[in-house]
Write a protein that binds this ligand. Structure first.
Ligand code: NAX
Length: 328
């Protein structure tokens, strides 16, 4: 039997947590032969801790053969101790009357503390995925708060946008989602993201040629993918949770176990390529192998794409400037 992997999950008693933990414990994220220890962080509020105890009772009742331990806590230093993987899901939601900049500040406080705790106690190779919004900027804050860790190990979740784009393209072309290759989502996890199917193929056919409709791209596809989260809130009365948890599983599974050459989208610190300033956490296409992601280089950026990529970048630059004074 392999040594257990320590997986920290924050916001563990929340909606996404409820869809996520059982799938991690059943081996869907790291493989059916990989035991895991779940280190679960919730806020030090009795209601949240009580809900967490309930979730843990249900985890116990599943009798998962791969679940080698569960550690509930309200202390990030306990949650991140020796963590190999950290899923930062918990974040401050926008309250009534709260301005965007207040939301940024509140989250900056959480992610500076958690970044520092990761820096101090996590495995030196910890793989961090930030799901809690604003995900890219929260990942940036955590990365900047963890100077002893490799910045490349801080990522933000763009995979839900990627998966949403894949399913829209499958529906439009009438082909199977599994056959679509080379989808890209650039930028911020927000309605400004740019889902780009210019390089995509399905069973070797160019998706752009199959669709051949720039108006559909601009007026239907991009708004539909960008506003999908809002459409789900409107329909369900709650934000996407199962699909978000699924995307988090996809992101970590691919990062750890590899993509076999397939492109996936991850929010990663920029190396300056594609005109994105270094360090900004920006969605780009990557392939993964042996636990390491590699940016897909050298893709052509046409005028329409440049405009879209800069639009989402400008939002990220504004977010960064809004929290700059709080960073070390
Ligand atoms: P919930 O409000 O159901 O759960 C969040 C949980 O996090 C709560 O139990 C809360 O007590 C806990 N929490 C808050 N601050 C914490 C802290 N400092 N430490 C530990 N726990 C903390 O939200 P849920 O629906 O689970 O969504 C979680 C986050 O994911 C939100 O920020 C949401 O906006 C974001 N999302 C991100 C997506 C993405 O693609 N990147 C998509 C889905 C989702 O909207």
């Amino acid at each position: 039997m392999k040594q257990p992997v320590r997986v920290a999950v924050t916001g563990a008693a929340g909606q996404i947590g409820y869809s996520l933990l059982f799938r991690i414990a059943s081996g869907e994220m790291l493989g059916k032969d990989q035991p895991v220890i779940l280190q679960l962080l919730e806020v030090p509020v009795e209601k949240a801790q009580q809900a967490l105890r309930g979730v843990i009772m249900e985890l116990e009742d599943c009798a998962f053969p791969l679940l080698a331990g569960v550690i509930p806590t309200d202390d990030p230093y306990v949650a991140f101790k020796d963590a190999d993987i950290a899923l930062l899901v918990g974040a401050r939601p926008r309250g009534p009357g709260m301005e965007r900049k207040d939301l940024l500040q509140e989250n900056a406080k959480i992610f500076t503390v958690q970044g520092k705790a990761l820096n101090d106690v996590a495995s030196r190779n910890v793989k961090v995925l930030v799901v809690g919004n604003p995900a890219n900027t929260n990942a940036y804050i955590a990365m900047k708060s963890a100077p002893d860790l490799n910045p490349a190990n801080f990522t933000a979740m763009l995979r839900l946008d990627h998966n949403r784009a894949l399913s829209q393209i499958a529906a439009k072309t009438g082909r199977a989602v599994a056959d679509i290759e080379n989808m890209v989502v650039w930028g911020n996890h927000s309605p400004t993201m740019y889902a780009d199917y210019r390089f995509a193929t399905v069973n070797g056919d160019a998706v752009k040629a199959l669709i051949n409709d720039e108006e559909w791209n601009r007026d239907t596809f991009l708004p539909k993918v960008g506003k999908r989260g809002a459409a789900i809130i409107e329909a369900r009365g709650l934000s996407s949770a199962a699909s978000a948890a699924n995307a988090a599983i996809d992101h970590i599974r691919d990062w750890v176990l590899g993509t076999n050459g397939k492109w996936v989208t991850m929010g990663i610190p920029s190396d300056g390529s594609y005109g994105i300033p270094e360090g900004i956490i920006y969605g780009v296409p990557v392939t993964c192998e042996n636990g390491v992601y590699t940016r897909v280089e050298g893709l052509e950026v046409d005028a329409f794409s440049r405009e879209r990529m800069d639009f989402t970048l400008n939002e990220l630059l504004e977010e960064r400037d809004g929290v700059k004074h709080l960073l070390p």
